[in-house]
Design a protein around this ligand. Structure first.
Ligand SMILES: *Cc1c(COP(=O)(O)O)cnc(C)c1O
Length: 425
């Protein structure tokens, strides 16, 4: 179970052998996502260790990445909170025992009902727009702690997944921030937070240092102009992972040291120390430690050579949606030459239902087990039922090597559950 370090260097070793996986598959039919608990824990500890210098540092796991309470429980045991954007996500956090400032509520276009639930749990509210101050006052009431989401607009460049900040629907403008904090102060708010999220799947550690610097400078300006002391900044999520073997993970120590330098330069002289630094990553927390396991069921040779597997885009949308690369291993053939070129496809009636295009792989036969890497975040979570496809089970590989089913596979009964029609049960 030495997977973390090697995984992080892009070597992509697996935390299970073919023989172990054949045993697992005998009890749990493919396809499924399987998560490596030990690796998730070790990675969580590395993130916390990188920020040891920062009193009150806390990672709030973006629940949307892997909304499974068994995973949230593990992360809570490692000291993480939960970052939610919907009522369902709040309920997941509540179910594992999170409350109060264990929960960050970073929503947008938020229904009153969701705010009510967040306030009931005592969550840290992160407002997406200045009009939400009055909306909140009217529908729920304003808590003593409020955070605002900043959108720097043309001051920052985003990246492919999240787009340009000025095109993004999220957050306050700079002017609105100043107006908003002044208003909160009038309304008796005592504790203030400042948040931004300007990139997703970003592999450059300096990007996060720049984000921290931008927020620290804003904290100083808020102190100077409004005499408001911000209590915490939330740098958002977005730390990327090396999906491709040629990529490297974000150097967390480098990132944290850069943030520390900016903190010492800006926050301490302004008398704003201690300022808590928070993050809300999803992808880097669980992404590299989940695998979609699927079986080859058809080989087809026409204008191209195809391997048809029993998973589809309904189980992992990223390749079809973003053209994202996910590494694939063929179990038991790790040392065979990658001398075949395949499109690895699912069964949806959509031609973008492909896990890989023109991928060099070993010769694949029916019944071979394929492991699609890095599906631990935004994998099962983005699943859907189009074409009558069912969402798969989720399994947890525990530190002692045993396997627990932490979500069962959907059945046709689940699929038809919302239809009241004879013969469909
Ligand atoms: C999606 C999202 C995250 C998590 O993003 P990752 O890329 O998974 O780290 C964090 N915060 C907000 C507001 C988000 O929308």
């Amino acid at each position: 179970m030495e997977s973390t370090v090697a995984q992080q260097t892009g070597n992509k070793p697996l935390p299970f052998t073919e023989a172990q996986m054949r045993d697992i598959v005998a009890k749990h039919p493919t396809p499924f996502h399987i998560y490596d608990e030990q690796a998730i824990r070790e990675n969580a500890r590395q993130l916390n260790a990188a920020f040891e210098w920062c009193p009150g540092f806390r990672e709030y796991f973006a629940v949307k990445a892997t909304p499974n309470p068994h995973i949230l429980k593990i992360l809570m045991e490692e000291g993480f909170g939960g970052d939610c954007s919907s009522r369902a996500e709040l309920m997941l956090c509540q179910a594992v025992g999170m409350s109060g400032d264990d929960i960050m509520f970073t929503s947008n276009n938020t229904p009153a009902d969701d705010y009510a639930k967040a306030v009931e749990l005592g969550a840290l509210l992160n407002l997406d727009d200045i009009t939400h101050i009055d909306y909140l006052a009217r529908h729920v009431g304003i808590p003593k702690t409020v955070c605002f989401r900043y959108n720097p607009g043309p001051l920052r460049e985003g990246n492919v997944i999240i787009g340009k900040p000025e095109e993004a629907k999220y957050g306050f403008t700079r002017e609105q921030l100043f107006e908003g904090y002044a208003k909160l102060k009038e309304k008796g708010v005592e504790t203030f937070g400042l948040h931004t999220m300007v990139a997703s799947n970003e592999l450059n550690p300096d990007f996060f240092v720049e984000t921290a610097r931008m927020l620290f400078e804003l904290c100083v300006a808020l102190k100077d102009d409004l005499d408001i002391s911000v209590d915490f900044v939330n740098l958002g999520g977005g730390i990327g992972i090396p999906y491709h073997p040629d990529q490297s993970p974000v150097d967390l120590t480098h990132m944290s040291n850069g943030i520390k330098a900016a903190y010492e330069e800006l926050i301490q002289p302004a008398g704003l120390h201690p300022l808590r630094v928070l993050m809300e990553n999803g992808r880097m927390v669980t992404g590299p430690f989940g695998y979609l396991v699927t079986k080859a069921i058809h080989r087809k040779d026409t204008y191209k050579n195809y391997v048809g597997v029993d998973a589809s885009m309904a189980n992992l949308m990223r390749p079809g949606m973003y053209g994202a690369y996910h590494h694939i291993s063929v179990l038991g053939k790790e040392s065979s030459p990658n001398d075949q070129s395949y499109d690895v496809v699912g069964s949806l009636c959509e031609n973008n239902d492909k896990f890989a295009i023109d991928r060099q792989l070993p010769a694949i036969a029916n019944d071979d087990l394929l492991v699609i890497h890095d599906t631990g975040a935004h994998g099962h979570a983005m699943g859907f039922q189009y074409n009558g496809k069912l969402r798969s089970s989720e399994l947890l590989l525990k530190p002692d090597g045993s396997v627990e089913e932490i979500r069962r596979a959907e059945t046709l009964g689940d699929y038809f559950a919302t239809l009241d029609y004879p013969g469909l049960k």
